[in-house]
Design a protein around this ligand. Structure first.
Ligand code: SAH
Ligand code: SF4
Length: 434
């Protein structure tokens, strides 16, 4: 079967179109909430109030019971709140016009529905947006920062969502892999990334899209969600599952499960469970076709080698030609980009309804690899196409704001590195002086 592919040249690496240091609209509320927190259910003195975002309907019902709503009213109240939170997208209880003032005040005293705090918002020349978001400390920890990226294309807008702060895995080509795991994100923090993006893009009713924003010309601005930000989503299974249930709920954010993709480095024992319980599309970070090389690039392969990974893919619930698995393959010069690799790739995927996604490697400072030459990427794509796969080469996006795949790294980690570097510089100066 002849399949045409869409080859686009990388975007020019020009400067930032816009770099907005967003106002911290939530600071006042956070201070107020701290003052009130000792009197509210669910929050220990000095702790943040629990969020109502990301809860299931049952959990939301229990939260309402805890502030005194009568059981016979729960179903109706849950439906009202669901509509405000996920259809209208309000971030303040006071906007919930059909909820009594008394209940709004009780809810505001006990819970939060605030968005994540925006540390920075950057907009690339190609319209890609990257937010560094800060979430409050959980328990004894410190506040954490993660990145969320929005990629507008003709006909769709994809939001790349993080599931963890850092990662326990150490894929050698991935910037996040150099960062230790700080903690898992909670369901409210995962859903919060979607709400925040829709807010900032004006993708809720009665909200305006920022002037000049590059967005799809029709349809929803956030039409797809990919769990391809920081972290390994299958190592944060429960929170990711709860969050995606909310994101795909037909009476709320209502994103079809076919428009939600979970990407995993290959946590084999969780793959079947993810398919059965989440029912979203699956992407596998494959990157190598031989165990020896994959052990090096994606070290989880030592635990779950290719044979087991591919068997789990074959058994993925709901797999069909209409619901294919995407295999991601990062193009590393002289490492995994030979034509023999391309042939072996086609060979090992035989019998699996699959799409192949060739990702030009995004270099980062200190990375040990180079991106394959463009000619080689084309030759590789041709070989894959000849076997009947449509293998679009993922156009590099947002490179001017370091928003591309695998470049996501938390601000706090960058700060720690800066501290380490300046300490190191001070030591060197001391040694030189003394
Ligand atoms: N942890 C999950 C999801 C996050 S990574 C996973 O590994 O699948 C999302 C995708 O970006 C993965 O396919 C990952 O392999 C790829 N990636 C990581 N670093 C990259 C880089 N520097 N250049 C290109 N792709 C990269
Ligand atoms: Fe973690 Fe995925 Fe990066 Fe590997 S590629 S280190 S699993 S985020």
């Amino acid at each position: 079967m002849a399949v045409s592919i869409d080859l686009k040249a990388p975007q020019a690496r020009t400067g930032l179109a816009e770099n907005v240091q967003a106002e911290n609209l939530l600071a006042e509320r956070a201070i107020a909430s701290k003052a009130a927190s000792s009197a509210v259910p669910g929050a220990a003195p000095g702790e943040e109030k629990p969020s109502l975002i990301g809860l299931s309907r049952e959990e939301l019902g229990e939260a309402l019971v805890s502030v005194g709503v009568e059981r016979r009213q729960i179903k109706m109240r849950v439906a009202q709140l669901w509509q405000w939170l996920y259809v209208r997208g309000v971030a303040d209880f006071s906007q919930m016009a059909n909820v009594s003032k008394d209940l709004r005040e009780k809810l505001a005293a006990a819970f939060t529905i605030a968005r994540p705090e925006i540390v920075t918002e950057q907009v690339s020349v190609d319209g890609t947006r990257k937010w560094v978001l800060r979430f409050p400390a959980k328990g004894a920890g410190r506040p954490v920062e993660i990145e969320t990226v929005y990629i507008p294309e003709e006909g769709r807008g994809t939001l790349c969502v993080s599931s963890q702060v850092g990662c326990t895995l150490t894929c050698t080509f991935c910037h996040t892999g150099t960062q230790r795991l700080v903690r898992n994100l909670t369901a409210d923090e995962i859903v919060g990334q979607v709400l925040l993006a829709r807010d900032r893009l004006g993708d809720f009713p009665e909200a305006a899209t920022p002037a000049g924003a590059i967005v799809p010309s029709e349809g929803r601005l956030v039409s797809n969600v990919v769990m391809m930000g920081m972290g390994e989503p299958l190592y944060n299974f429960d929170a990711v599952k709860a969050a995606l249930a909310v994101v795909s709920d037909g009476e709320g954010l209502a994103l079809s499960k076919r428009r939600i993709t979970l990407s995993t480095s290959g946590v084999v024992p969780m793959i079947e469970k993810a398919g059965a319980e989440m029912g979203v599309m699956l992407a596998i970070s494959l990157h190598a076709v031989r165990d020896e090389l994959r052990d090096e690039l994606v070290p989880i392969n030592k635990k779950y080698p290719l044979k087991d990974l591919l068997a789990a893919c074959r058994a993925y619930p709901g797999l069909s030609n209409a619901r294919r698995i995407t295999f991601e393959y990062v193009m590393l010069k002289g490492v995994n980009d030979s034509l023999a690799d391309a042939k072996a790739l086609v060979q090992i995927l035989k019998g699996i309804p699959a799409k192949i996604n060739l990702i030009p490697f995004n270099p980062w400072p200190g990375s040990a690899y180079d991106c394959s030459d463009w000619d080689q990427i084309e030759r590789f794509a041709d070989a894959v196409n000849q076997a009947g796969y449509a293998s679009p080469i993922r156009t590099p996006r947002g490179r001017d704001i370091f928003a591309a795949c695998g470049q996501l790294k938390s601000e706090s980690e960058r700060m720690r590195k800066k501290d380490r570097d300046s300490l190191e510089a001070a030591r060197v100066t001391e040694l030189a002086a003394g």
